[in-house]
Design a protein around this ligand. Structure first.
Ligand SMILES: [Zn+2]
Ligand SMILES: [Zn+2]
Length: 149
C-alpha cells in the first residue's frame, strides 16, 4: 500500500516538527468524527478541549498534517475542504451533495471499477481513497415525493 502512517507523532518528529498539545488537540478533533470533517466542526471539537485555541492554529496544523500526509483533504460540494485522518487500508465514500450523508463504499466495488479502467485504458490506478459525489437514496425519495405534490 502506498501509505501506512497511523503514527502521526512519529511523522511529525521525523519532519523536524514538534508534537505540541495544540497539534494533538487538532489531530484528535479530525479523528473524532466518522469520515470527513469540516474546519468548522474541527474547530468546535478542539474548542471543547481548549477554549483558547484559535482558528488560525487549526488551519496551520491542518496544513502541516495534510502536507505530511497524515490527514487527507477532500473538496466538499461547496468548495470547502474536508479533512480526515488517513487510514492504513484503502477506503472509499459515497457523499450526498444535498444532505451531506457519507456512506462507506465497499473496496470490492471500487476494485472492480479499477480493474475495468485498467482493462480498457491500460492505466494503472493507484486507489486508496475514492470519493463519489451524488444524491443519496433518502434525498432521491424525498425529491420524488415532492414532485408528486
Ligand atoms: Zn475518506
Ligand atoms: Zn442525501
Amino acid at each position: 500500500m502506498p501509505h501506512h502512517k497511523p503514527d502521526w507523532e512519529a511523522v511529525l518528529t521525523e519532519a523536524g516538527l514538534r508534537v505540541t498539545r495544540q497539534r494533538e488537540i487538532v489531530f484528535d478533533a479530525v479523528g473524532a468524527g466518522e469520515g470527513h470533517t469540516s474546519v468548522g466542526e474541527i474547530y468546535a471539537r478542539a474548542k471543547r478541549r481548549d477554549p483558547s485555541i484559535r482558528l488560525s492554529t487549526i488551519y496551520r496544523s491542518l496544513r502541516v498534517f495534510a502536507e505530511l500526509g497524515v490527514v487527507l483533504t477532500v473538496p466538499s460540494g461547496d468548495g470547502e475542504l474536508l479533512y480526515e485522518v488517513r487510514h492504513a487500508s484503502p477506503h472509499h465514500h459515497l457523499i450526498c451533495r444535498l444532505c451531506g450523508t457519507q456512506l462507506p463504499l465497499a473496496n470490492e466495488i471500487a476494485s472492480n471499477m479499477v480493474r475495468e479502467v485498467q482493462r480498457v485504458h491500460g492505466f494503472e490506478v493507484e486507489l486508496d481513497h475514492l470519493v463519489l459525489w451524488g444524491v443519496c437514496n433518502a434525498c432521491l425519495s424525498a425529491d420524488v415525493q415532492s414532485r408528486h405534490f
